[in-house]
Design a protein around this ligand. Structure first.
Ligand code: ZN
Length: 133
């Protein structure tokens, strides 16, 4: 893994949170994007070498809706940049990590993504992401 690509934060109201985090960082988010397959609307902030992704649920059964229901708003996942997501998924599987998806899928911000189950990472949801060409 190369570096922390972004940290995902689950929020109830994306518009409100965009304002809050813009005040925090001293600059606005640079994009918003809806990922229909995941039932989320996201926005991204550039913070030095890393990004912050805010996630709002768009459907009641979205993973983000379930997360907020259980734990409230807050840090949802940490995403790590990888060069080759297939190779990394295979390596981690062999190391005994539980992957939430068998195949890399299309995520926000033009990335191929895969998730590791929090159960196998001390309670932290880990996202792998590879830049798409
Ligand atoms: Zn993410």
């Amino acid at each position: 893994m190369k570096k922390i690509e972004h940290i995902g934060i689950a929020v109830k109201d994306l518009e409100k949170s965009n304002k809050l985090f813009a005040s925090l960082f001293g600059k606005p988010h640079y994009k918003t994007e809806e990922v229909k397959s995941e039932g989320v609307k996201t926005s991204f902030f550039d913070v030095g070498p890393n990004k912050i992704e805010l996630l709002e649920a768009t459907t009641a059964d979205s993973p983000i809706a379930k997360f907020i229901e259980k734990k409230g708003e807050g840090v949802h996942h940490i995403a790590f940049a990888v060069d080759n997501i297939e190779t990394e998924m295979k390596r981690l599987k062999e190391e005994g990590f539980i992957l939430l998806n068998d195949q890399a899928k299309l995520g926000a911000d033009n990335k191929l993504v895969a998730f590791l189950h929090p159960k196998s990472c001390n309670g932290v949801l880990i996202e792998l992401c590879q830049e798409r060409d």
